[in-house]
Design a protein around this ligand. Sequence first.
Ligand code: SF4
Length: 329
Amino acid sequence: MQVQSPKNEQCSLNKQVKLAISSCLLGQEVRFDGGHKRNVFVQEALSQVAEFVPLCPEVAIGMGIPRESIRLVEDDDGEIKLLGTRSKQEWTAPMQRYAHEIAQWLEEQDICGFIFTKNSPSCGLFRVKIYNPKGSPSRRDGRGLFSEIITQHHPLLPVEEGGRLNDPALRDLFLTRVFAYKRAQSLLDMDSVSSLVQFHANEKLLLLAYNEPVLRELGRIVASAKQRPLQQVTKAYRELFLSAFNEVASLKRHANVLLRTIGHLKKITTAEEVASLHEAVEGYRTRKLPRSVPLSFIRHFGKMNDNEYIKQQTYLSPYPEELVELGWS
Ligand code: SF4
């Protein structure tokens, strides 16, 4: 089988990040029944800032549209196979081959994330059904064969299922991870310790919100950076940095970081301005306002007062404003 390089969905002009995605989430009619799984957030909002690389592994390995549905089946030896539901035709080897080729191809594509389709025996990420040889579901903790190989090959790459992006907290986390991953690419060819120091300074408040122990550990790496070859240091820093965003940051943590940020502005803003900032944080803490409100206040005062520390904090704009303006944040 000859694997064709996937074509990018949109031209890269004005796109800030490149994401691989299961084709059916973009509305492409590639599912086994000729249907799609169009995702509104992906198409209406994310498409404003992201260039997509759509992939349908089942079509790519020659299964055709429409086609017989397939499922993951665990045989008596514990081996998981991809089989036609009725015919029992086996697709395991072609899918594995294709997934390995794409995993390698993605290395050169500057991809910052991958969005998969849930429940699919090829693309599902979480809780995919696994059947026993008699045809009954035996467990629901599988991962699609294609997505399994991609995630093993790219363990640091942000991945998510399209359906889970409808949850505001999971969406916020995924977007934060994708754009952190993109910023962290600069660590790969960083040529001075001072650049690393600056990178770390800019990410401080974001790390404080998501993972304080990792923030401290990263601080230690930066403090001892001169004692080791820079490439070794930035590699270790990048891996640990990307592991920091492993779960949704609580409202309490965000509120604390917002208050700490206001502390940096106290000396340069009036008492009324500080009071309005506190009011916005309180509105957020009591769930009356989205986080974007205190964040935009802080950005505004940071800019007005030309406060470099505040202006450079990625916490204040962890991903593009367009997504916030479109009401998806
Ligand atoms: S879930 Fe994956 S394999 Fe199935 S139609 Fe969508 S892109 Fe293709």
